[in-house]
Design a binder for this molecule. Structure first.
Ligand code: CP
Length: 306
C-alpha cells in the first residue's frame, strides 16, 4: 500500500483486495455491541472539509473513532479560510497539532495531491473537484461484492452526469482493476472529452444496456457544478436517463441498484426504485464506515484486528 490514498488508479489489485478483505473483518467488529477497537489509540486523524458532505465526513469520523483515534474536524466554513488563509497554511497548522492522517475534501481537482507534498502524515482523498473519490469507489465495490458474490466479469452500468462525477472516474478505475466490465451511459454532453481513454465501454442507450447489467449505479445530476445547459429540461433528462419503475423492470431479477448519494429523487432515480429491496443505497452508507476503517487502519499501520 502507498502512504496516501489519492486515486483509485493507484491501487493495484492486491491493494484493493486487501482493503476489501480487511473491511470484511472489521465489519464483524461493527456487528458487536461494543464496536470500538484500540488499534489507532494515540493517533490523530484530521478531517479537512472545504466542500459540503454528509456521508463521507460523518463516516470518516465514525471510522476513526471506532479505531480509537483522536479526531479533529475542520470545516472551511467558519475557519480562517474565510480570511484568505491558503490550503498550505491551513494544512501546516493542522499538522502542527499532530495529524497522522489528513482526510481532505476540496473543490479543486488535485488538491489532495498538492497536500501530500506538504504534510508528513498520510493523505486520504475524500473527493476533489470532478476528479476522484476513491473511498466511495471502494465502498461501492465492497457493497457489490457482498451482494453479487464477486466482481470478476460482472457487468456494471454507471448512468448519468459522468462529466462532473468524481465517483464515476474512481469507480471505473477500481472496477476495471477488479475485473468487472463497466459501461457508462450518459448524454454526450455529460461525458468527459477523454472518456475514450477510460477502461470502459460507453453507450447512449440506457434501455439497451439495462437487461445486461448486474448492477446499475445512478449518478447525481450535479446542478451546482453546471454553468451551461447540458440537457433541454429536467423532464427530458429524466425521460431519457432516469431509472423509473418501467426501466427497473427491464433489469435482470437479481440485479442491484446503487447511488452514491445525495439523490435527486424523481430526477435520476424514482423514489420507489431507490427504496426497493434491490437498492443498496442505505447499505452503501453503512459500508462506508467499514471501508474507511479499513483504509485508516492500513494506512496508519494498525495492529491486528481482534
Ligand atoms: N457520496 C458522497 O460523497 O456523499 P457526501 O457528499 O454526503 O459525502
Amino acid at each position: 500500500m502507498n502512504r496516501h490514498l489519492i486515486s483509485a488508479g493507484d491501487l493495484a489489485k492486491d491493494d484493493a483486495l486487501l482493503i476489501l478483505d480487511t473491511a470484511e473483518e472489521l465489519a464483524r467488529v461493527s456487528e458487536r455491541s461494543i464496536k470500538k477497537l484500540p488499534t489507532l489509540r494515540g493517533r490523530t486523524v484530521v478531517n479537512l472539509f472545504f466542500e459540503d458532505s454528509t456521508r463521507t465526513r460523518i463516516s470518516f469520523e465514525a471510522a476513526a473513532k471506532r479505531l480509537s483515534a483522536d479526531v479533529i474536524n475542520f470545516s472551511a466554513k467558519g475557519s480562517s479560510v474565510s480570511k484568505g488563509e491558503s490550503l498550505k497554511d491551513t494544512a501546516l497548522t493542522l499538522e502542527a497539532m499532530g495529524a497522522d492522517a489528513v482526510v481532505i475534501r476540496h473543490g479543486a481537482s488535485g488538491a489532495p495531491h498538492r497536500l501530500a507534498t506538504w504534510v508528513r502524515g498520510s493523505v486520504v482523498n475524500a473527493g476533489d473537484g470532478t476528479h476522484e473519490h476513491p473511498t466511495q469507489a471502494l465502498l461501492d465495490a465492497f457493497s457489490m461484492r457482498r451482494r453479487l458474490g464477486g466482481l470478476d466479469g460482472r457487468r456494471i452500468t454507471i448512468v448519468g452526469d459522468v462529466l462532473h462525477s468524481r465517483v464515476a472516474r474512481s469507480n471505473v478505475l477500481l472496477l476495471a482493476t477488479l475485473g468487472a466490465e463497466v459501461t457508462l451511459v450518459a448524454p454526450p454532453t455529460l461525458l468527459p472529452v477523454a472518456v475514450g481513454t477510460w477502461p470502459c465501454e460507453v453507450s447512449y442507450d440506457l434501455d439497451a444496456v439495462l437487461p445486461k447489467s448486474d448492477a446499475v449505479m445512478m449518478l447525481r445530476v450535479q446542478k451546482e457544478r453546471m454553468n451551461a445547459a447540458y440537457f433541454p429540461s429536467e423532464r427530458e433528462y429524466s425521460r431519457r436517463y432516469g431509472l423509473d419503475r418501467d426501466r427497473f423492470a427491464k433489469m435482470p431479477d437479481d440485479a442491484i441498484v446503487m447511488h452514491p448519494g445525495p439523490m435527486n429523487r424523481g430526477m435520476e432515480i424514482a423514489a420507489e426504485v431507490a427504496d426497493s429491496p434491490r437498492s443498496t443505497i442505505v447499505e452503501q452508507v453503512a459500508n462506508g464506515v467499514t471501508i474507511r476503517m479499513a483504509v485508516l487502519y492500513l494506512l496508519l499501520g494498525g495492529e491486528t484486528v481482534a
